[in-house]
Design a protein around this ligand. Structure first.
Ligand SMILES: [Zn+2]
Length: 214
């Protein structure tokens, strides 16, 4: 019974390990100090913002959501993301959030794409906002861990595509602000390639907002 309950209510904070809550107030505060402007090595050509550094509670939360199946973190991470987006967005324009793609095999193995879940959670807190998960990565992309910035760019070049079944063109209002969102920004290769691909189909991204920047 204890194990079943643990699945429903995680008994430790994913950020600091504090007992009793899945995500504590102190760790939540770390994600709402920002957003801070960041400059990845591979510049996507639009402003990049991060809620926090890729360290401490932010890093642990992202890894828990991604690698350890902590689905409950989508809500607090989404809420933190929405706080930043509310500050950054232009007034009076619809907001469209496009999650950066993760390799689908990896996402399936983890039981769904955690960033898509977090983005939906964020959108629920934002008026006139929709999520359009229209980007995919082709098979065969190597895991980017341990690659240099140049290798990552090469690895992704031409591999990020607009998933036809989810083609979001019709779902993006003409005056919308389009923001690419992701959990981690490291070299900027994924963000840059995503922005490039979207520009190629006439979807201009105006900013990249991530949970953590390395
Ligand atoms: Zn905590």
């Amino acid at each position: 019974m204890r194990t079943l309950l643990d699945l429903v209510l995680p008994s430790a904070c994913a950020g600091c390990g504090a007992a009793g809550v899945g995500w504590c107030a102190d760790c939540a505060a770390v994600l709402t100090h920002g957003p801070v402007r960041v400059q990845p090595r591979t510049e996507p050509g639009v402003p990049c913002w991060a809620l926090t550094k890729y360290a401490g509670p932010g890093r642990r939360a992202v890894l828990s959501a991604k690698e350890h199946g902590r689905r409950d973190l989508a809500e607090p991470l989404g809420m933190a993301l929405s706080t930043a987006l509310a500050l950054l967005r232009a007034e009076g324009r619809p907001l469209v959030l496009i999650p950066a793609p993760s390799r689908s095999v990896a996402a399936r193995r983890r039981g769904g794409d955690p960033m898509v879940r977090t983005t939906h959670a964020a959108a629920r807190w934002l008026p006139d906002c929709r999520v359009v998960p229209m980007l995919r990565v082709w098979w065969g992309v190597r895991d980017s861990v341990g690659l240099t910035a140049a290798q990552r760019r090469h690895n992704l070049r031409g591999r990020i595509v607009v998933a036809r079944s989810r083609c979001g063109g019709a779902m993006i209002p003409e005056n919308a602000e389009v923001v690419l969102v992701d959990d981690v920004l490291t070299t900027g290769a994924t963000a840059s390639e995503s922005v490039r691909v979207l520009a190629g189909i006439g979807v201009p991204v105006c900013a990249v907002v991530v949970t953590c920047a390395a």
